[in-house]
Design a protein around this ligand. Structure first.
Ligand code: GUN
Length: 280
């Protein structure tokens, strides 16, 4: 029987801590807003954006919502970002992804000032992570580190396999685990004998993007399993990349879906915003 890592509870604790910090910063005259930009009306993006605004309200920071029509041009979006870059009260800028196909995501990410890049997606933020310098870290991987630490799971010296090599999760996740002194392997669609490799992991982090892909044959007895996936199954129920009921009896600790990694992303976004306000 595995311990269930309660991301809902841990994310709430973090948001409570941040709320206190925000009120202390306010007393020192330090305030700031998060600008959230959404282009188009993708329903999943609308849910994420609403959750981000609610989290800002909870911890006591202002959020500025920019809901732009689908046909917004790249130039118009870049102009808005430049205005927000120049606005002293705006301490964080977030452009919800994905963007419509006619807008180049790389150009947009690059346009955000790195000291307001609370998503941690700017090449300078990513580069800083690679060489161990200060910068904003991508929120989902940062949240997973918090889940492990706040569950008293030791990382140093452990064998960690990360499945997935995306810029938002897999790559920064691997770098963060390395920074915490794990021995890290990144697996992906071309990896040979994925089950065998995964069975070498003390900590298995799954960001494969395929519903219920990882079963018992991928998991070593006593491993810690972190499931980054979120999907709807045939019955419209939320599920992860891991077959929870099959893996849970083997693992020593596991994140559920929903209520595991998901809530941590927004908590860490709030953490990045508070850090940005603090640094001024
Ligand atoms: N789309 C899916 N996840 C994210 C995220 O963490 N940040 C942004 N900006 N867009 C996303």
């Amino acid at each position: 029987m595995a311990a269930i890592i309660d991301g809902k509870k841990i994310s709430q604790e973090i948001k409570e801590e941040l709320k206190e910090k925000v009120s202390l910063l306010k007393a020192q005259g330090k305030t700031g807003a998060l600008a959230v930009i959404q282009v188009g009306a993708d329903p999943a993006s609308s849910v994420y954006v609403r959750n981000k605004k609610n989290a800002c309200a909870f911890i006591g920071i202002e959020s500025l919502a920019y809901e732009l029509p689908e046909e917004t041009s790249e130039e118009e979006l870049l102009r808005l970002i430049e205005d927000l870059n120049q606005d002293g009260q705006v301490k964080g800028i977030l452009v919800q992804l994905p963007l419509p196909a006619h807008i180049c995501e790389d150009n947009v990410i690059k346009a955000i000032r790195p000291d307001k890049d609370v998503d941690g997606f700017h090449p300078q933020s990513v580069g800083a992570l690679v060489i161990g310098q200060k910068g904003f870290v991508s929120c989902t991987p940062a949240g997973i580190i918090q889940l492990l630490k706040r569950s008293q799971i030791e990382i140093a010296g452990k064998r960690c396999v990360v499945i997935g090599r995306s810029n938002i999760v897999g790559k920064p996740m691997s770098l963060l685990m390395l920074r915490e002194h794990a021995t890290v392997t990144i697996a992906h669609s071309k990896t040979k004998d994925l089950p065998g490799l995964c069975r070498s992991a003390d900590i298995l982090i799954v960001a494969i993007g395929k519903p219920r892909f990882i079963g018992a044959e991928y998991v070593k007895e006593g491993a810690v399993v972190i499931d980054v996936g979120i999907h709807r199954d045939a019955d419209n129920k939320l599920c992860g990349d891991v077959k929870f009921e099959e893996v849970e009896p083997i693992a020593s600790a596991i994140t559920p879906v929903p209520g595991g990694v998901g809530p941590m992303t927004i908590a860490m976004l709030m953490n990045n915003c508070v850090q940005s306000i603090e640094e001024g």
